[in-house]
Design a protein around this ligand. Structure first.
Ligand code: GLC
Length: 428
């Protein structure tokens, strides 16, 4: 009798263990895009998380660029699919994703005693991650646009520091390009993102805002103004008149194309995001040890600005694995992980405590400059019709860069078309 009882007890125990294992090994997914090197690093992080927890989180690799990443997510979220459970969102999608009810509110999870919400920048949480009072996401990294420069070349030509104004950049680039071309016919003074994609909205915002213009003015879209016409003219001139930026600027230059060309030694200046730093410094990079980074220049009499970029993590409202998904959110936004991210891939931490860490300051000294630039960022508009607004800006700025239309026509057309979109959304 006793034996029989023991047998049943063992069976019951085995069943319980089985259920436990079954639960924890149930697969759930996170969708992330980016450059191949970044994705390889994500895989490492996720493998480590699975090892620690016994979970089975799978990385689904998305395309490199923001626009395509958004499209692929939207299709599944609109169809209320339980997959993906987790995903990264570009800072500019948050408003629309939350308004569409695709995101699981995180408020109940962050009440966890050991979750340190106070370590995140309040202004970012309020302006990006919260919608109508609820918290829908947390920043994984805060991106900023930077000016990368070849320290060695500036020194060789007698410049002790990087340019502060766009006209200084133009003069230095023009002079150095002429001479460097003799050895390297592919050499250009300044590479930046001008292809028709989300990154072009960012560069447009930087050129115009560093001339006192911009996309918005007193809460309204205000594109057709003198400062914007002049700034856009300057962007066009960099390619066609001064020729310090290649014609491929408007056909193919997105961040990876810009980074690769600069990294091969084909440029003096580069406008790019934080991720480029670690890659420029990696083993085998022809520009390793020759690069500096600083805030973008400004027009004379105005101030420098950098577009606030960055990627935030959220849990799908349709996920069947919300508790486990939250464990990953907690893991990736922890001090330990955030420190690893700046040290290994150079992403600007989303937590304040990492900026003060001694090891980080010693091993990633660029963090000081990143923090400074972060204080000079400008956000893209947070309007529910952002993706339409972005499409319109991308199309006409790109047409103007190609030389098809003048800056004034481009800005006038953008303004008119955005007015039409605003009418549909009832915000005019
Ligand atoms: C970077 C930024 C993101 C921006 C994108 C544009 O990934 O972090 O905010 O939208 O570049 O290409």
């Amino acid at each position: 009798m006793k034996k029989k009882y023991l047998k049943w007890l063992i069976i019951l125990l085995l069943m319980l263990i089985g259920i436990q294992c079954g639960n924890s090994s149930e697969q759930f997914t996170i969708w992330i895009g980016g450059s191949p090197r970044e994705l390889d690093y994500w895989q490492q992080i996720i493998t480590e998380f699975n090892k620690q927890t016994g979970y089975n989180l799978q990385l689904v690799r998305q395309p490199t660029y923001s626009d395509q990443r958004r499209q692929s997510l939207v299709i599944d979220l609109e169809a209320k699919q339980p997959n993906p459970d987790l995903f990264l969102m570009d800072v500019v999608w948050l408003n629309q994703f939350a308004a569409s009810n695709w995101l699981q509110p995180l408020d109940k999870y962050v009440k966890d005693n050991d979750f340190q919400l106070h370590q995140f920048f309040q202004s970012i949480l309020n302006s990006v991650d919260k919608y109508k009072g609820n918290l829908y996401a947390l920043p994984v990294f805060l991106d900023v646009a930077l000016l990368y420069y070849r320290k060695d070349l500036l020194e060789k030509f007698g410049y002790s520091e990087p340019p502060k104004t766009w006209s200084e950049l133009l003069n230095e680039a023009d002079k150095i390009q002429k001479i460097e071309r003799k050895n390297n016919p592919n050499f250009y003074g300044f590479l930046w993102e001008g292809a028709q994609y989300e990154g072009l909205v960012c560069t447009f915002l930087e050129f115009t805002s560093s001339h006192g213009g911009g996309i918005m003015n007193n809460g309204k879209v205000d594109l057709y103004r003198k400062s914007n016409i002049e700034a856009l003219q300057f962007m066009q001139d960099l390619i066609h008149k001064y020729k310090i930026s290649p014609p491929s600027t408007y056909t193919e230059m997105k961040e990876e194309e810009v980074r690769l060309s600069f990294q091969r030694g084909n440029a003096l200046f580069e406008r790019n995001w934080t991720y480029a730093w670690k890659l420029h410094q990696s083993n085998g990079s022809p520009v390793k040890g020759k690069v500096g980074l600083t805030i973008l220049p400004h027009f004379k009499g105005d101030s420098s600005v950098s577009t606030l970029g960055g990627w935030h993590i959220g849990i799908s409202r349709y996920s069947d694995e919300k508790e486990k998904a939250w464990k990953f959110v907690k893991f990736i936004t922890s001090f330990k992980s955030q420190k690893k991210l700046i040290l290994n891939v150079g992403w600007n931490p989303s937590r304040k405590d990492v900026y003060k860490d001694k090891q980080v300051i010693a091993e990633a000294p660029q963090i000081k400059e990143l923090y400074y630039v972060l204080k000079h960022t400008i956000a893209r508009p947070t309007v529910p019709y952002y993706s339409q607004l972005s499409d319109i800006i991308q199309r006409y700025v790109n047409d103007c860069l190609s030389g098809k239309i003048s800056p004034s026509t481009a800005l006038q057309k953008m303004q008119n078309q955005i007015k039409e979109v605003e009418k549909i959304y009832g915000t005019e």
